[in-house]
Structure formats: structure tokens, C-alpha cells
Write a protein that binds this ligand. Sequence first.
Ligand code: G6P
Length: 595
Amino acid sequence: MCGIVGYTGPKKANDIIINGLKTLEYRGYDSAGIAFVKDNKINVYREVGRIAALEKMIENVEAAQLGIGHTRWATHGKPSPENAHPHTSMNRMITLVHNGVIENYLEIKEDLSSKGYTFQGQTDTEVIANYLEDDYKKTKDMKQSIMNMMKTMHGAYALGILCSDDKDTLYCVKNKTPMLAGVGEGFNMIGSDAMAMINETNTFIEIKDLEFLIVSRDEIQIYNQDGDRIERKPFTSNINALDINLGTYDHYMMKEIDEQPAVIRTLINEYVREDDINIDPKLIKELQEADRLYIIASGTSMHAGYVGKYLFEELVKKPVEVHLGSEFGYHLPLISKKPLFIFITQSGETADSRVALKLVNEKGYKSLTITNVEGSTLSREATYTLLLKAGPEIAVASTKAYVAQVTLLAILANYLGGNNIDMNLELSRVAHAIEDIISRKDQIKDIVHHKIAYSRNAFYIGRNLDYFVALEAALKLKEISYIQTEGFASGELKHGTIALIEDRTPVIALISQEQVALNTRSAIQEVLARSANATIISMEKVSNKDDDFIISDTYPLFSPLALVVVSQLIAYYAALEIGNDIDKPRNLAKSVTVE
Ligand code: G6P
């Protein structure tokens, strides 16, 4: 988590860094800071809150040509100006921004304290700054001190560093945390992702783990931790700067909800062929030969994984297990003879999933990463990658990435299962059903107003595939409305949790699967008998005319793609009515690069 931008060049670094940080707010937004080199001095500005607060703070600061900025998601120490980055070493020689966690910072801090170093806040980052200062006093060589630091510090770090002795240079170090270099004519940049730099350049250089950079206006030098120079060719990104504009929308989340039919059509064009599939035949062979698939993911991506499991088991008749990245990395389940590991991750950076992938790699197993971010860490480290092609997803609450994940899993499962479903036709029907839901947004807004917003807690219930959608629907409502919501298998509610149903507790039932529709309707009767406030969302084929919201029929196995959109809109309108920050909900970050 946390986002970093650095710039050196002829333009006003102040604006370039602030604009870059705004695109990185999805990585954390509890405090922010910036450091500029101006008139041979390094000036640091830090503010609690959003980038807009920092922008206001520095509005009258003179233009600088070199600087680093940071947006924070607190790991060590609460959000405060002292804990915000950049951090400066005791004698102000080193100023740096950090994304990641240093595992052994306490012992290094103790050592530095015994040498007389004092610390302003509680962060591990301040320890890196003071370590570098202490070492640099001896070496008088930043390159050597960075190498020493890399050997001493254990953990994850992406760093942007300024040294008061060298006011034309930006240093950058990367290990296990994303960082990219941006290449320009007469300027250069560093950033946590390409979006942070895309307004200035679309040419980038990849930085690998345990590498560091010495960046000036005219040159980017790459070194490994032993100090050997590395040559690496830049690449051109196909991200479009327009993709990250809000346009006429009030929130990215609504923009991204509306983009979902187009995302499905893009995936049809990309991967579906009449009697074939446009996917590396080697990967298809691995999937065919695997005796069991292990899906590993977190959050929304894990919920897409559950739907994927159902699709693979129904269409391919292949067993699939779904595991949480944070659990899998520390307790391996029993592994079959010929497994294939599938990592689903919107960002491609989630540390919990990465720990699991490292373990899979150590054991020599093959893996596939399904991600929206080309060149992301989990993509680079897996044997194969499939891209979601959903365009940048900026709202913290994931919408179009989930729909893209389920769509791609459906395309794969159908092909491996004998290509019996006309995917072009059926996925287009889904896209139409979503368009129809989107055209009736006001109806959903009304339901939310009368039945859901302002409740203390809520339940989504469903059975079978609808249960997996209920899990995602509940997460979405929790994430942005802060209403405590549980997704429940409707048959399980009566085994304990029904005790929580009180007068007017919202229970939202999802009904799209014919074989269990009546069972879920019975569960609704049970909660109604206890005065719950029930909302029924059903698919036409299994609907009753009094249901609250009816979606058009789709191929039954693909109904999650449409049902989930109703739940996204419910969450959106609940958060809107309550007055929450929809795109940046409290305590969350979009890309969680710490375990
Ligand atoms: C964070 C986000 C969630 C997301 C999860 C997994 O917790 O707030 O919305 O589902 O990470 O992210 P990934 O990028 O791996 O899909």
C-alpha cells in the first residue's frame, strides 16, 4: 500500500507530483507528504488527510524541479503529520518516502538509538532514513550506503530517496513492492504504477526486486544489490490517460459499474473464437492435464474464484479448491498429483497472494495469474498470465474487475468443458441484462432509500451460485456503506444466525437458480415471520411478480455477472445516501501490498 511519485526535470515538480499522487490515492489516503529540492535545501510538507489537503498546504510554495511525494495507508503508527512521509533523518541528510514494511526495524532502531539517533514518530521508515544517514557519514557514497541498507533491512520496500549532498539526484530502491521508472525527454520519474506518470510519459522501465536506481534528468542508472550496472530496455504502455478521467461522473465507482457491458464485450473479442479460444495452447494443455485446480485470491477476487470453482466443476467436471492467499501461504493443503494454481488478483500486487505464489514457485508447480494489470508482480512471477482487459479500476470497491474475472473464468471453463455454449451469444445476453439493470438505477436507489440505508446490519442470502454472489454483495455493502452485512447460504441462516434478525433487519435475497429458488423463498418466509425487511432480487425465469427487482434471463450459470451489478448499485446508493466517500472508503486501500 502507499503510493510514491518522484520527478526530476524542467517542469514544475509540485504539480506533477500532486497529480501523480491523486492517481495513487487508491493505494492509501490517510495522510500525504511531499519533499522538494529548492535553493539547495530540501523542504518537506506533510498533512493528515487526502491529497487535496496537501495540495492546499503547498499552493504558495515556489516551483521546484526535483521532488518526491507519498500517499499513506498506515501500517506502523497512526495517521499524523509526524508519521506521514517523507521522513527526514536526524541531521536532515536523508529524506525519503517508503512503501512496504521493514521486518527488523526495531533491532536497527535500537542500534541507532544507542548511537544517539532520536526519532520523531513510530514508523519503520524513519529508521531507514537514519540508517542511511549513519552509513553515508562513513561511506560518503550514496550508492554504497544503499547497497549496505539493502543487505541490512529485511522486508518489503519501495523507496524514493533524496540526499542533501546531491541535490540533482533521485534515488530509488525496490524489493517486493511495486515501483516503476518513467522515462522522458529531459526528465525522468519514478512511481508506484504507470498511471501516476501517464500524464507525463508512456515509456517505462521495469525495476526488479533488489535493484536500485540513480535517477537524474538525463539518465536512469539501474544496479543490482551488489552494485553491478544493469541495462534494461524501456517499454511503451498502452494505458490511455483518458481512462483515468472521471468525465461527467461524480464517482469512479459508478463510471466503472457502467463500463461493465463494454468490459464483457472486450473479453469476448479478446478470447472467444468460433470453435476455438485465443489463449496460449500451452496454458490450455496445462489446464486440461491438471487433475485439480487451486484458486488462490483475496477479497472480491476470491468471490470471483468461488463462481469460477462452480463453473469449472459444472462445465469441466474438474475438482477445484478455493483458498485465501493469507491462509494458503502458511498452511499448504494436501496437493494433488498434477495441480495447477490459479491466482486471481485485480491489482496483481496483493502481498497475501504473492506469499502463496512464492511457495508454489519454490515447490516447482505451474501457475496462472488472472489480473487486470499487465507487468504486475504476480503476473511476472507466475508461469502464465491472462489479462482482464477491464481498463484501470480506480474506485477502491472492485466492480468491473470482478465481472471481468468471472467472464474470463466462464470463457475458460466453457472451452475446457467442450465448448458447448455459444459464448458470443450468451455473454452478449449478459451484457444486455446489465445494460437493462443500469437503465433502471433509480428503481434500485428507491429500494435502498426505503429498505436498506441507515440499517445497523443487513443480510444477503442465496443458495448455490446465488450464495457466492451473496458473499460478494455483502462485501460491497460493507466496504462502502459500513453497514455490517453478512452473505449467507439461505439454508444455513436458520442454524443460528437467524437469532440476529430483528424488527426491520434488511434481508436481501438473490434468486436466479431454478433448482433452489423455492428453498430461498422458504428462507425468506422464515425471516419475514421474524419481522425482517425482505428485498427479493430475482431472475425473470424464477421470479414472482411482486419481487422487488427482476433481472432479464441469462444462461443460468452466468447469472452472477448480472446479479452482482444490482448489489454494486445497492452498495453505491446506500453509501451515497449515508454520505460516505464512495471511491475512498475509510480504512481501505485498493492494492494491499503488506501481509
Ligand atoms: C483489497 C481491496 C479489495 C480487493 C482485495 C484483493 O483488500 O480493498 O477490494 O478485493 O484487496 O485485491 P486484488 O488486487 O488481489 O484483487
